[in-house]
Structures are given as structure tokens and as C-alpha cells.
Design a protein. Structure first.
Length: 198
């Protein structure tokens, strides 16, 4: 069930939440977050987040741990289709182990929405733009940030808590998410119902 929060209210409500209740998140709620991040918004394929040259290089994976309607597992997710199971089992602790320093909220989130991209393809596409070899990556990071903010604002509108994670060891994170080169992890969102304040 979505709320009627205005954008201004969602902006005011959005906070980084690192303590989650042990309560399942409905799959439909997570699907609305995926649509907010990457959903089509125009007849010509435009999406909710801007993309340089309309390349839309981002892809999403979902690590489900406590999601109504999904067994624990690693899923490929798109705005249009039902989640596709890639690997069964609870992979949240593998992501937590890949995080830099102590980040226990990764393992306690109901779900983790991970953003990744083919960085080699984007680098090639923008190779003529200075600085050599770096412009494409910059565009991808900007796009990922915009898409993640969209998802976090939708989470706030749903009453969910979330926190963006970018401090992780790339190799271990790729392994936890089942990513092989040229796919590279960019960031992920830990999501769940906020734990009651004590």
C-alpha cells in the first residue's frame, strides 16, 4: 500500500536507516522501488533517472532475505518482469562480509537492491570525451546516484527505511552478487522496516 506523501514530504522523510525490524517487506513494495529507480516514463523508452546518451547501462539485482512472496535468494530484477531467481539461499551475510569496516545493517536488512553496470561498454562509448577513459564512468556514477535517490524517496513514501552502501570490496561484492566482468558493482541499498526507536 503506497502513501499519499508529496515529493516534498518524501524528501523531508528520507533518512539513512541502519536498524531494521524483523518484519517481511512485501514484494509489491520492492517492485515499486525498482520502478522508481529504473521504470519507463516515456513512449520512447525514457526512464525515471536520466542517462547520458540514453544508454541506460544500469541493471539491478535483489538479495532477498525477508520478502513476502519470495524465497531467500539472489534475483535479477527489472521494472517490467517478475524477479528471476539466479541463486537460492540467503546472501545478505556474504554482502555484509564484503563491506568495508563493520556494516551489520547489510545482514539485517529485509532486502538489498544492488546496482551494477557494464563499465567497459560505457567507457568505450564515451572514449572520445575527455578525460580519456574516465568520462563514461562519471556518467554511470551520476546515473546510479539519481536512480538510487529515486528508490530511496519511494522507500520513504512507503514507510520503509533504507541506506545507500558504496563502501565495499569490489571483488567480494561481485562474487556475492554473481557478477562477472565486464559487470561491476556500483552501490546497493539496504531496505526494511525501521526498527522501533528505544
Amino acid at each position: 500500500m503506497t502513501s499519499d506523501l508529496s515529493l516534498q514530504d518524501a524528501l523531508a522523510a528520507r533518512r539513512s536507516v541502519r536498524a531494521f525490524a524483523a518484519r517481511a517487506v512485501p514484494l509489491e513494495t520492492l517492485q515499486r522501488l525498482v520502478r522508481a529507480a529504473q521504470g519507463a516514463t516515456g513512449a520512447e523508452g525514457q526512464r525515471a533517472a536520466p542517462s547520458a546518451h540514453a544508454l541506460y547501462p544500469l541493471s539491478l539485482r535483489l538479495v532477498a532475505g525477508n520478502v513476502e512472496g519470495l524465497e531467500a535468494g539472489l534475483y535479477e530484477v527489472t521494472p517490467e518482469d517478475a524477479p528471476r531467481l539466479l541463486k537460492a539461499g540467503d546472501h545478505r551475510l556474504a554482502l555484509q562480509a564484503a563491506a568495508l569496516e563493520e556494516q551489520p545493517w547489510v545482514g539485517s536488512a529485509a532486502a538489498v537492491l544492488a546496482f551494477h553496470a557494464d563499465m567497459e561498454a560505457v567507457t568505450r562509448h564515451f572514449a572520445a570525451q575527455p578525460p580519456p577513459g574516465a568520462r563514461g564512468a562519471r556518467y554511470v556514477y551520476i546515473e546510479a546516484g539519481a536512480a538510487a535517490q529515486n528508490a530511496l524517496l519511494q522507500a520513504a513514501a512507503e514507510g520503509l527505511g533504507g541506506v545507500l552502501i558504496a563502501g565495499f570490496e569490489d571483488g567480494a561484492t561481485s562474487q556475492a552478487l554473481g557478477l562477472a566482468p565486464p559487470l561491476a558493482p556500483l552501490l546497493y541499498l539496504c531496505l526494511g522496516w525501521p526498527a522501533p526507536q528505544s
